[in-house]
Design a protein around this ligand. Structure first.
Ligand SMILES: Cc1cc2nc3c(=O)[nH]c(=O)nc-3n(C[C@H](O)[C@H](O)[C@H](O)COP(=O)(O)OP(=O)(O)OC[C@H]3O[C@@H](n4cnc5c(N)ncnc54)[C@H](O)[C@@H]3O)c2cc1C
Length: 518
């Protein structure tokens, strides 16, 4: 097998014949002796002439390219159940893996199905009505359903990303995600995929229960077997020998429950800052060096700068995206970004956040393991207290860095609206001081980025969990809690859709490796 690179102008998709000819040259055989040539990766190169670079694998006759085949989902009707709390990427992919392993997933999800959830998300944007059970974080598909649907993960240690991507394609994601260097799906397509995943789980004998907010988890033993009982807000209970906990980073009540029971928790560093919103046309001009043409993808960026020993970096950049309220309770303002598959809004937004470690918040020491969670919540509340609503405190970028009030604000994609605010005073001083240095440095990497045509809005605070539920690396169970598997972003072991999905798969495989009850 030979792997080689070819490049073509942006609007030119290589034909089968062009691939065959390139493979013939790379393999050193005549074109009719090329057995197979396939693109395994596509990335945009804007350094000189704007090109797509393709990584190609090819074999000559007598050889075959390795094929990736997923194990099949089994009919699990009547099989031993595994409770899965939370129907986000971690919970969904754990459930799919359980089907492959012949175990019956029973998903308990506090939110609504994706169809009903859309109504609540619209009310959040248009009427500022916060439903603590159904919002951008809670409901079918979890926090990934209404998102940019970026599918990259930096870590390959967690598992085989192809297992996630291949299933997403089988459930309706475009095939291009299998080869793109920076694949994304978009909020107009994700809900359909999430519904099909549910249909598959149910068709194979698994169960989905919406509106089941788990408020307590209790060990049970009936003499013959032992396991876990999940108690829901309305009083319903569900039992199984094994329980996968995939409740995401915003289910603060689950962490509180762990603390009440004296179960192990650890404080975990996270990152906090603002969302920066620029005109997409400006980002295109900078990233494509003035050579942007219609038909090219909205340009992305990724920035990082070390300031006083802490990383300041762009997070969850959404080209052609929209800012959305990612709150999960009244009295807080939290922003995040989403986009549709076309990424065609006039704005580019990204979190610009500063790493925060436990030692950075001495005033919160008294909260022990919840020091960073309380810090996170205090900033979200400070934003709300200033605006008195879901409107986001906002400032022009250069004014923010100069600690100066803005005279009028540019238009923003954030539907609940913005309020002109001294964001430089509302943010904790060490965070603000680092952000202002980093923003100026970013302009050296992306000339034109530091402009008063951009807006900064508070706050981007749900970058990852500020708490970790430690688990045994062998069994994957919470320490001292056999059969209870914390996973995904809420457990502090993942960040983002793909890494959470991979963690769900990892944990489900560990649970399934324990012999079924007789
Ligand atoms: C607006 C937005 C945009 C994003 N964009 C991207 C992106 O482009 N790319 C990317 O990689 N990541 C993105 N993320 C982050 C990504 O969505 C998360 O990292 C990922 O969803 C985490 O997966 P998870 O399954 O661990 O948790 P979650 O997705 O948070 O899912 C947890 C689920 O558990 C349910 N739940 C919580 N508590 C309980 C309970 N007590 N009982 C029952 N159910 C409960 C919740 O309702 C939720 O459905 C975005 C997030 C948001 C909010």
């Amino acid at each position: 097998m030979k792997e080689f690179d070819i490049a073509f102008p942006v609007r030119h998709e290589p034909s089968d014949e062009e691939l065959r000819q390139a493979a013939s040259r790379a393999l050193g055989v005549k074109a009719d002796r090329v057995a197979e040539a396939r693109i395994v990766r596509r990335s945009l190169d804007a350094r000189g002439e704007i090109l797509y670079r393709y990584r190609v694998q090819a074999v000559a006759r007598g050889e075959a390219l390795e094929k990736f085949t997923l194990p099949e989902y089994r009919d699990v009707t009547g099989a031993e159940p595994v409770l899965v709390i939370g129907g986000g990427p971690a919970g969904m992919f754990a459930a799919l893996r359980l089907l492959m392993e012949g175990r019956r997933p029973v998903i308990l999800e506090r939110g609504k199905d994706v169809h009903a959830r859309k109504v609540d998300v619209a009310a959040l944007n248009q009427k500022q009505q916060v439903n603590p059970e159904s919002n951008y974080c809670f409901g079918e598909g979890g926090a990934g359903t209404f998102s940019d649907g970026k599918l990259y993960t930096r870590s390959s240690k967690r598992g085989d990303l192809r297992e996630v991507l291949a299933q997403l394609v089988a459930f309706g994601a475009p095939e291009r995600i299998l080869v793109e260097a920076h694949p994304h799906i978009g909020s107009d397509v994700l809900p359909r995929i999430v519904e099909r995943i549910r249909a598959c789980i149910v068709a194979h004998g698994g169960a989905y229960h919406f509106g089941e907010h788990v408020t307590d988890i209790v060990p049970f033993s009936d003499g013959r077997s032992k396991g876990w009982k999940a108690v829901c807000e309305g009083g319903a209970t569900y039992t199984a020998r094994q329980l996968i906990l995939a409740t995401g980073h915003s289910s603060r009540d689950i962490y509180r429950m762990f603390e009440r029971k004296g179960w192990p928790l650890e404080v975990k560093g996270f990152a906090l800052g603002v969302r920066a919103e620029h005109p997409q046309s400006l980002i295109n001009r900078i990233q494509y060096h003035g050579k942007f043409q219609p038909g090219m993808p909205a340009a992305e960026y990724a920035l990082v700068e070390q300031v006083d020993g802490r990383g300041v970096f762009s997070f969850c950049m959404c080209p052609g995206g929209l800012l959305v309220p990612a709150v999960t309770a009244p009295g807080e303002v939290v922003l995040n970004g989403m986009s549709n598959s076309m990424r065609n809004s006039p704005w580019a937004n990204a979190g610009i956040v500063c790493a925060v470690d436990p030692g950075d918040v001495p005033g919160f020491d008294r909260y022990g393991v919840f020091a960073l969670l309380e810090f996170q919540q205090s900033v979200e509340r400070a934003m709300y207290d200033f605006s008195g609503s879901l409107r986001a405190p906002a400032q022009r970028l250069v004014d923010f860095c100069r600690a100066k009030a803005s005279q009028g604000l540019p238009r923003s994609s954030y539907q609940p609206g913005v309020v002109n605010a001294p964001l430089h005073e509302l943010l904790p001083a060490p965070v603000f001081e680092r952000l202002r240095v980093a923003f100026a440095a970013f302009d050296r990497k992306m000339h034109g980025y530091y402009t008063n045509d951009a807006l900064v809005l508070g706050t981007e605070s749900r970058t990852s969990s500020p708490v970790r539920i430690p688990r045994d690396p062998e069994t994957m169970c919470a320490i001292g809690l056999e059969g209870l598997y914390p996973c995904g972003e809420g457990a502090g072991y993942a960040g983002g859709i793909t890494s959470s999905a991979l963690d769900g798969i990892l944990v489900a495989a560990a649970a399934a490796a324990v012999s079924p009850a007789r």
